[in-house]
Design a protein around this ligand. Structure first.
Ligand SMILES: Cc1cc2nc3c(=O)[nH]c(=O)nc-3n(C[C@H](O)[C@H](O)[C@H](O)COP(=O)(O)OP(=O)(O)OC[C@H]3O[C@@H](n4cnc5c(N)ncnc54)[C@H](O)[C@@H]3O)c2cc1C
Length: 539
């Protein structure tokens, strides 16, 4: 499709991330729909293709917005990094590639909050439609013919076998398909990695359809404001290389900028808290006090363990000559350290007996890393990391613009641990991680706890360390919450309350955080949003 300047499309999608790429694909499948997809970042980056590229992109401005959060008591005054993908594929192109849907109860909760059509039964067909699951699994729950290739490596490594055994010794079962009938248990991480390549939404949803004549993808295109005719959204004002442009939407604009940028774009366009917008000189188009509120994320301490037994972690096998070996292994098989999901083993566990579903997540990385100027470096010390945190935190923060300038990053306040239950469950998660790491099956590995350290035992001592050491697992959600209460931003059809022709479809619409990582549910949201848009067009 030729130049977008001043053109009219049927649909404009802002942001080509986990959700936006899916929306653009499904809407343009009908050749009668003219679709414009705007992406602020570039079309590609070398490291988005190789799974370990995750580590190379964490601090890389070429494909990452590199936000950081405001200092707060729960972080001991630290500014936590908030990486977000800024490239075709969005955060699915820079993430850790773990594939976790969440629990049936997560979506049933959304439905119980009044969101019709979002119960687990309602969303399961979209989870199935998105994936080609390349491992054993019950077809009642798993999809085989979707664009996204999902794999599940067997636990061959002695380290992972020991962990499964140790978890069994403390009462945690081995459950290879945590995206199937039930989530609880320990398992190898399912991954959006196949044939040694990262399966981003750019790779799976956009690359195969780049030649559709009715789809235009503009990269390096920063959406700066929405255009309105009264209370109807009619287009997008954006810039490419600093040059202003606009495009009009005859039917709808779908904002899929992610949990940081979607509320930012709404506020820049005059949708949000009136006093806040007026103070920045922004004309109020529509008052919606929930824009930017209800921010939730996982605040995850990483416990660290030294391993005495030689040769079983990537600290021994992935440095110096070992790294050459890993590179060759990857070149010939697509496997090994370079083809690895960020945390290859995880466990969904109960904090106490009697719960209907697990509420804590533990994840293991088979090496120790330390921060370097260009991202994490592999440590000399041999060991492993185990992060441990509650899955459905109740602490809520907010994100708001601080200027009427689309290039100025918004202020991010997480308010971590402000709900006492989050602090209590974080301590519990660390204690369970300790119980697995010290179970008899782990004895041959000669483990020694480095952090929090055996000297920290009381809840207060552990929490004091959490405040100084924890980071997020990069799952911000909820800032354009779906619902019908006064703080909701979109309704159950993802339409912005009070504005016609405008939907939000990405992780920001989640009313609560799903139990696990957020890429799979964001892709599901993209699938379901496209389905609703197309249904409206047929009506
Ligand atoms: C480092 C990291 C590791 C992660 N690890 C995992 C993991 O292992 N497993 C997992 O399930 N989840 C993981 N996540 C989380 C998961 O990837 C995200 O929750 C998910 O990708 C969010 O999808 P989204 O569609 O909401 O936003 P995104 O995928 O972030 O997409 C938003 C897109 O919109 C573009 N955009 C934003 N503003 C504008 C604008 N104004 N104009 C034009 N374009 C714009 C962005 O550049 C981006 O491409 C991780 C995330 C990160 C950052």
């Amino acid at each position: 499709m030729q130049a977008s300047e001043g053109q009219t499309y049927d649909y404009i999608v802002v942001g080509a991330g986990s959700a936006g790429a899916v929306v653009a694909n499904r809407l343009s499948a009908d050749p009668r729909n003219k679709v414009l997809l705007l992406e602020a970042g570039p079309a590609d980056h070398f490291w988005t293709r190789i799974p370990i590229g995750y580590a190379k992109l964490l601090n890389n401005p070429a494909a990452n917005w590199l936000y950081s959060a405001e200092p707060e008591p729960a972080t001991g005054g630290r500014r936590l990094p908030v990486p977000r993908g800024r490239v075709l594929g969005g955060s699915s192109a820079i993430n850790g590639q773990a594939f976790v849907r969440g629990q049936a109860q997560d979506f049933d909760t959304w439905a119980q909050l009044g969101n019709r059509g979002w119960s687990y039964r309602d969303v399961l067909p979209f989870f199935k439609r998105m994936e080609s699951y390349e491992a054993d699994g019950d077809d009642e729950f798993r999809g085989r013919g979707g664009p996204l290739r999902v794999t599940n490596p067997p636990p061959r490594d002695p380290l992972f076998q020991a962990l499964i055994k140790a978890a069994g010794e403390v009462g945690i079962r081995h459950n290879p398909d945590y995206n199937g009938a039930a989530q609880d248990g320990i398992a190898m991480s399912q991954a959006t990695i196949a044939s040694g390549r990262r399966m981003s939404t750019a790779q799976c949803y956009l690359a195969p359809i780049r030649k559709r004549p009715n789809l235009r993808i503009d990269t390096g295109a920063l959406a700066e404001a929405l255009m309105f005719d009264g209370k109807r959204c009619v287009g997008v004002r954006y810039s490419v290389g600093g040059m202003p442009r606009e495009a009009r939407a005859a039917r709808e604009v779908v904002v899929s900028g992610g949990s940081i940028n979607s509320p930012q774009l709404l506020e820049l366009s005059g949708i949000g808290q009136p006093e806040r917008l007026r103070a920045l000189g922004i004309e109020v188009r529509h008052a919606l006090p929930g824009v930017g509120e209800n921010l939730r994320d996982h605040y995850a301490p990483r416990t660290r363990w030294a391993i005495g037994r030689k040769g079983i972690t990537y600290n021994d096998r992935g440095r110096g000559l070992g790294l050459v070996g890993q590179a060759l292994r990857y070149a010939f098989t697509g496997k090994g350290m370079l083809g690895m999901v960020a945390a290859p083993m995880r466990a969904f566990v109960f904090s106490r007996p009697g719960l209907e579903a697990p509420d804590l997540l533990l994840g293991w990385v088979p090496m120790l890393t330390e921060p370097g100027p260009k991202g994490p470096k592999i440590s000399r010390q041999s060991g492993m990391t185990c992060y441990a945190h509650p899955m459905r935190p109740e602490s809520k923060g907010h994100i708001h613009i601080t200027a009427a300038d689309p290039r100025k990053p918004p202020a991010i306040h997480f308010n971590f641990l402000s709900a006492p239950v989050d602090a209590e469950l974080t301590v519990r998660a660390i204690r369970i991680a300790r119980s697995i790491m010290t179970a008899p099956a782990m004895a041959p590995l000669e483990l020694k706890e480095i952090f929090p350290g055996t000297e920290r035992n009381t809840d207060d001592e552990i929490l004091d360390w959490v405040r100084r050491a924890a980071e997020t697992t990069y799952h911000p959600v909820g800032t354009c919450k779906m619902g019908s209460d006064p703080m909701a931003v979109v309704d159950a059809e993802l339409k912005v309350h009070g504005i016609a022709g405008l939907r939000v479809a990405d992780a920001s619409i989640m009313p609560t955080l799903t139990s696990g990582n957020t890429n799979a549910p964001s892709i599901m949201i993209g699938e379901k949003a496209a389905d609703m848009v197309l249904r409206d067009a047929r009506a």
